[in-house]
Design a protein. Structure first.
Ligand SMILES: NC(=O)c1ccc[n+]([C@@H]2O[C@H](COP(=O)([O-])OP(=O)(O)OC[C@H]3O[C@@H](n4cnc5c(N)ncnc54)[C@H](O)[C@@H]3O)[C@@H](O)[C@H]2O)c1
Length: 337
């Protein structure tokens, strides 16, 4: 079987998940190189993934490593120049969300993708590759709820990981661009329309570190779409019960809900606390299958010369909306896009 030789750059929380999947879960891919800015990431690659070609510098990896493709999982502000450098070096590119932290960066990435139409480029909006979200999209296309006109979205990181989230927040580009961008992408996808205006608020009630970092612990936003549809989003960094992602799509002939209760599994514990189902605990747990599926799609596309459904333009559009949402929160005004 022909295999795609893949290098991963960035070995933090999610980089390790992607690298592991390429090494052990994607049959037609081979993890041939890793680049990490930190010694711990390089040790992990050697010890757990059996990779010998480990580089501290990205440009060195691009120049020397034996690879056809790069998976970019670095800090968000690094994505666009790394996309450009990899495409210009002749590699296929998978990049984590957000595409960039400002629109000028995203346009550079767009130009690089357009310069290399024979290379596959994919953006990591993995929820589209989760089986429940993919099923919901299919049902909408089949007309199961008529015309969708309202999306209600909740996305909360778990309080159990709040110290890690606080560390990460300083370079995350803010709650709306970093966390809300998944919901922003889903709204555009489900409603089949683009945002024209947004109003938003942010607040910090429990962990002052979010405010001190210039960010918010909780965000709420309302969006209006070109076709008249609407959307409401609630994002948070410290859900006491676990990792909580929930989406509801309302249409003229029905409603679709995904993960209305973010259950860990089908087990229920009956004890002094009552009858309880545990909540899913983290993003790698909730979206384990989606992370595998999206990389499988990327590898298949690169080997077969196809382009995937999540494009560089989805990255720019969602970044524009995430940026406008942050601006709406910071200025207290409705922002028109
Ligand atoms: N799709 C999702 O559900 C999801 C979930 C988490 C994170 N992400 C995205 O993945 C990216 C990484 O997030 P994370 O949580 O793993 O962050 P992290 O801070 O844990 O890891 C980022 C890693 O990148 C490394 N790095 C930064 N610049 C580098 C460079 N120039 N060369 C080599 N290494 C470099 C850092 O040393 C760090 O180890 C972010 O863009 C984030 O938005 C997506």
């Amino acid at each position: 079987m022909r295999k795609l030789r893949v290098g991963v750059v960035g070995m933090g929380r999610l980089g390790k998940v992607h690298a592991w999947n390429i090494a052990y879960q994607i049959p037609n891919a081979e993890l041939t190189a890793v680049c990490s800015g930190r010694a711990e990431g390089m040790d992990y690659a050697r010890r757990e993934l059996g990779v010998e070609a480990v580089y501290p510098d990205y440009r060195e990896m691009l120049a020397k490593a034996d690879m056809d493709a790069v998976v970019i999982v670095t800090t968000s502000s690094e994505h666009c120049w790394q996309i450009e450098a990899a495409l210009d070096a002749g590699k296929h590119v998978f990049c984590e969300k957000p595409l960039g932290v400002d629109v000028a960066q995203c346009k550079l990435a767009e130009a690089a993708v357009e310069r290399h139409p024979d290379r596959t480029f994919m953006l990591g909006f993995m929820r589209r590759y989760d089986k429940s979200y993919a099923y919901a999209k299919k049902k909408i296309e089949e007309g199961a709820i008529g015309t969708p006109y309202l999306v209600k979205a909740t996305g909360m990181d778990p309080e159990s990981a709040v110290q890690e989230t606080l560390r990460y927040t300083k370079t995350s580009s803010g709650i709306f661009l970093d966390l809300g961008i998944h919901d922003i992408d889903l709204m555009r996808w489900f409603l089949g329309s683009e945002v024209t205006e947004v109003y938003a608020m942010g607040a910090t009630f429990k962990y002052p570190g979010f405010r001190e970092a210039g960010d918010a612990e909780t965000g709420a936003a309302m969006f209006k779409f070109e076709n008249g549809a609407m959307s409401m989003m609630h994002v948070g960094r410290a859900a006491p019960h676990g990792y909580h992602v929930e989406t509801e799509i309302v249409g003229t002939d029905g409603i679709l809900r995904i993960s209305a209760v973010p259950e860990k599994n089908l087990a229920m514990v009956y004890n002094v606390n009552g009858a309880c189902t545990e909540c899913v605990g983290s993003f790698p747990e909730r979206f384990a299958e989606a992370y595998r599926n999206e990389l499988q799609e990327f590898v298949d596309c690169a080997l077969k010369g196809r382009q995937p459904g999540t494009t560089v333009y989805d990255g720019t559009k969602s970044t524009i909306i995430g940026y406008a949402t942050t601006e709406a929160w910071k200025t207290g005004k409705i922002v028109r896009i």
